[in-house]
Design a binder for this molecule. Structure first.
Ligand SMILES: Nc1ncnc2c1ncn2[C@@H]1O[C@H](COP(=O)(O)OP(=O)(O)O)[C@@H](O)[C@H]1O
Ligand SMILES: [Mg+2]
Length: 235
């Protein structure tokens, strides 16, 4: 079942040079879809269009509700972890007590309860990203839009959080669009990868990643080579 569909989307900032030209793709329920491409190809813009922060010049976007985790960590420095993750609840003017209970339950479920009264500056980079993710989860949106959530982390923390993300997602009924410029990360996490081809972006190369990754190492390495070729533009 499709949970999101982009049809023939075109977009440019302030009527300038076209950035996206007639692009279409969809997301299936419970799918983990990554979009990879070089810096500036329009990945964040696609996410902002889906989140409704920017508006397409042409085309249609249809689908279920989305929760957006921006590229930069946007935790409010004067608010504790708990107060930060309760933001979506407050913004929706939902019952605050109910919201707090839910936020605490999520923190417990993800073994982060001991951090609930800490301020963002007291947390490691990896922990801040987990908190940002949790806040996105608490929007209760069906689709999570994650824009390079791990790109600023060191390699070890990054690998740990990638596994953490996959484990966490097993507990929730979500569909994911994940932006990255890290091909290994995309191959490790995704069911499917869309690779940005030309600029302006008018189509993607699509790769279906084998389900059992350990059994298919050769296939995945081959895929990595192909993706590198496309991104470098020497295909
Ligand atoms: N608000 C904006 N106004 C004008 N140009 C922008 C704006 N945001 C991004 N751009 C430009 O659009 C292009 C694509 O940006 P972006 O979607 O952020 O790329 P990516 O996430 O793939 O690195 C870049 O050239 C960038 O400079
Ligand atoms: Mg970006």
């Amino acid at each position: 079942m499709k949970v999101l569909e982009l049809e023939n989307i075109s977009f440019s900032y302030d009527g300038g040079i076209p950035l996206l030209k007639d692009i279409s793709f969809s997301l299936e329920k419970n799918e983990f879809l990554s979009i990879v491409g070089s810096s500036g190809c329009g990945k964040s813009t696609i996410i902002k269009l889906i989140a409704g922060i920017e508006k397409a010049d042409k085309g249609k976007i249809k689908g279920l509700t989305t929760g957006y985790m921006p590229q930069r960590d946007l935790l409010l420095p004067w608010r504790t972890v708990l107060e930060n993750i309760m933001l979506p609840v407050e913004l929706k003017k939902k019952d605050k007590e109910e919201g707090k209970k839910k936020a605490v339950a999520y923190l417990e479920k993800l073994h982060l309860a001991e951090y609930k009264d800490k301020l963002p500056h007291e947390l490691s980079g990896g922990m801040r990203q987990r908190v940002s993710f949790l806040r996105t989860l608490l929007t209760e949106a069906d689709i999570l839009l994650l824009d390079e959530p791990f790109s600023a982390l060191d390699a070890i923390t990054k690998e740990y959080l990638q596994k953490w993300l996959l484990d966490t997602l097993k507990e929730f009924d979500k569909s994911i669009i994940f932006i990255t410029h890290d091909i290994n990360e995309a191959l490790f996490l995704s069911d499917r990868i869309l690779v940005c081809k030309d600029k302006p972006l008018d189509s993607f190369a699509e790769f279906i990643v084998p389900k059992d990754k350990e059994e298919n190492v050769d296939k995945i390495l081959e895929m990595k080579k192909e993706i590198l070729h496309i991104i470098r533009g020497d295909n």
